[in-house]
Design a binder for this molecule. Structure first.
Ligand code: AMP
Length: 241
C-alpha cells in the first residue's frame, strides 16, 4: 500500500507547530475546498494532511492491490467500500509525523466510517484528543462551477480553477510548466454522481456530529483566506475547552 503525505499553505508560529491539536475532520461536498483548507491547516500546525482520495490515487497510480480494487469505483464517482479504507487510515495516522495530530480530508464519508473513527480513537493507547469536526458548506451551483473548472498539475499537484484561479498561461502550471489535467472524476457526468453520493452517504454525517455537539460550520463560499481564518478560530476555541 502506498501512503502519501503532503502539506502546503500558511506557516504557523513555533508554538502552533509544537502543540498537540489531535485529529481534525474536514467535512464538505466535493469542491468545497477541503483539500485546500486541509493543506493550509496542516502547514500552520506542522501536522500531516491525510487525504484518503490522495492515498487511493497514489495506490491506483502504482498499481497496488488496493489501487486495483479502487480504480473503477473511483472513476465512476462512487465511494470505495469502507473495509478498504479502515486499514489504510489506521496505518497512516499511526505514523510518527501524526503524533501531535492530523487533518482528515475526505474521511469519514459514511456513518460507518465515522463510527469506526470514534472507536479507533477511543481504543488508542494514550487517549488522543477527540476529533474537531468542521463542515465546509457551499451551495450546489457554486460546487458545479468549481468542479468543472478544476485542473491539477500532474507534476507538483497544484490545483487551479479555470474560472476562479486560472494559471498565468492557459492550461500550463505556473510552477513547472506542465500541461494541466482534469481529474477523471471531475468530468461532468461523474461530478453529478459524486454529488449524489455525497448527499446520500456523507451529508448524514453532519447530523451524527451535530447530535454529539461536535459540529462546527465554516462558510465555504467566502474567499480562501477567510475560510482558513474561520477554521483557525474554530480550532483554537475547540482546543481551549
Ligand atoms: P476525493 O479526492 O476526496 O474527492 O476522493 C476521490 C474518490 O476517492 C472518491 O470519489 C471515492 O471514490 C474515493 N474515496 C476517497 N475517500 C473516500 C472515503 N472516505 N470513503 C470512500 N471512498 C473514498
Amino acid at each position: 500500500m502506498v501512503v502519501s503525505t503532503s502539506s502546503a499553505g500558511t506557516s504557523g508560529s513555533m508554538a502552533d507547530t509544537q502543540k498537540a491539536i489531535g485529529p481534525i475532520v474536514l467535512l464538505g461536498p466535493p469542491g468545497a475546498g477541503k483539500g485546500t483548507q486541509a493543506k493550509r491547516i496542516a502547514e500552520h500546525y506542522g501536522v500531516p494532511q491525510v487525504s484518503t482520495g490522495d492515498i487511493l490515487r497514489a495506490n491506483v497510480a502504482s498499481g497496488t492491490e488496493l489501487g486495483k480494487k479502487a480504480k473503477a469505483i473511483m472513476e465512476s464517482g462512487n465511494l470505495v467500500p469502507d473495509e478498504l479504507l479502515f486499514g489504510m487510515v489506521a496505518e497512516r495516522v499511526k505514523q510518527p509525523d501524526a503524533a501531535r495530530g492530523y487533518i482528515l480530508d475526505g474521511f469519514p464519508r459514511t456513518l460507518a466510517q465515522a463510527e469506526w473513527l470514534d472507536k479507533f480513537l477511543q481504543n488508542q493507547q494514550d487517549a488522543p484528543l477527540p476529533p474537531v469536526v468542521a463542515d465546509i458548506q457551499v451551495s450546489y451551483n457554486e460546487l458545479l462551477g468549481r468542479l468543472t473548472g478544476r485542473r491539477t498539475c500532474p507534476t507538483c499537484g497544484r490545483i487551479y480553477n479555470v474560472h476562479l484561479s486560472p494559471p498565468k498561461v492557459d492550461e500550463l502550471c505556473d510552477v513547472d510548466g506542465s500541461k494541466l489535467v482534469t481529474r477523471k472524476d471531475d468530468e461532468e457526468s461523474v461530478i453529478a454522481e459524486r454529488l449524489k453520493a455525497y448527499e446520500r452517504q456523507t451529508a448524514p454525517l453532519t447530523g451524527y456530529y451535530q447530535s454529539s455537539g461536535r459540529l462546527h460550520v465554516l462558510d465555504g463560499s467566502r474567499p480562501i483566506d477567510e475560510v482558513t481564518a474561520q477554521a483557525f478560530k474554530v480550532l483554537e476555541q475547540a482546543r481551549k475547552k
